[in-house]
Design a binder for this molecule. Structure first.
Ligand SMILES: [Zn+2]
Ligand SMILES: [Zn+2]
Length: 252
């Protein structure tokens, strides 16, 4: 298994040093992973140093160290994002939606704004923006596909009907959906995306990746041993990751 989403710079930023990254690799190896990707938030793009990652690759030749980027997609940012992505030799880029307008809807401090929305309309709005992110063609991996459920609010009715057009676009773009275990740490208490969406991805042959969204080394590979039997019970036998923007599929 590969952990395709980690944040060595966390939410603090600071220096991108080998001392800061190495514990993530050590933890990944201890957890029995085959590799991991550093995918800091794009607002730290200036700090990210591909040479540090290269040095880690030399230090750990038997462990795959990948360099990615998690982009905070908002409509209208396309050109700015294109430039940021082109700056460094990223193996892949995660497209994530954390904002609706100026509302950072996954942040606990702004949770009360959910009260202003009809929840179904909110889900539909969120997935409209996710679809726009997919359509840009800028990304290889969709980050925490149904993040809008983070606080446990649920769509009333057939969620699959809402997400089906987004999944079709993901398939057209040749993208992957990550199974992000960090949702198990959140009020919703389950991975992103929800089981029925994972099942639909499998039915559509949309490849999956595994992601911890670790913001500290101890979280690398978190809950992977719990999610693995679940995925296998759903018929998933292979997982993806990206090297130099090329998708690699391996049994797991
Ligand atoms: Zn994110
Ligand atoms: Zn993240």
């Amino acid at each position: 298994m590969y952990d395709c989403h980690t944040h060595p710079l966390g939410h603090e930023g600071g220096d991108y040093t080998i001392e800061r990254l190495r514990p993530f690799v050590e933890r990944g190896m201890a957890a029995g992973l085959k590799g991991l990707a550093f995918t800091d938030h794009e607002w730290y793009h200036r700090q990210i140093d591909a040479e540090v990652v290269e040095r880690l690759r030399e230090e750990y030749p038997s462990f795959k160290v990948l360099l990615g980027l998690e982009v905070d997609y908002k409509p209208g940012r396309e050109e700015e994002l294109r430039e940021i992505i082109a700056e460094k030799p990223y193996d892949f880029v995660i497209g994530s939606v954390h904002h609706l307008g100026s509302w950072e809807f996954d942040h606990p401090d702004y949770r009360d704004k959910y009260n202003r929305w009809d929840i179904n309309a909110l889900f539909e709005e969120y997935f409209t923006v996710v679809a726009q992110a997919v359509e840009t063609g800028l990304f290889q991996q969709v980050g925490h596909f149904d993040l809008i459920k983070v606080f446990g609010y649920r769509y009333q009715g057939e969620l699959l009907e809402v997400v089906e057009p987004v999944l079709q676009k993901i398939k057209e773009q040749g993208m992957v959906v990550e199974v992000n275990t960090n949702g198990l740490n959140k009020p919703v208490q389950e991975a992103y995306p929800t089981r029925e969406i994972i099942q639909r991805c499998l039915a559509l042959d949309i490849p999956l990746t595994l992601s911890s969204d670790a913001h500290e080394p101890r979280q690398v590979g978190q809950y992977f041993n719990k999610i693995r039997p679940l995925l296998r019970s759903m018929g998933c036998r292979q997982l993806a990751h990206f090297e130099q923007k090329k998708m690699v599929i391996e049994d797991f």
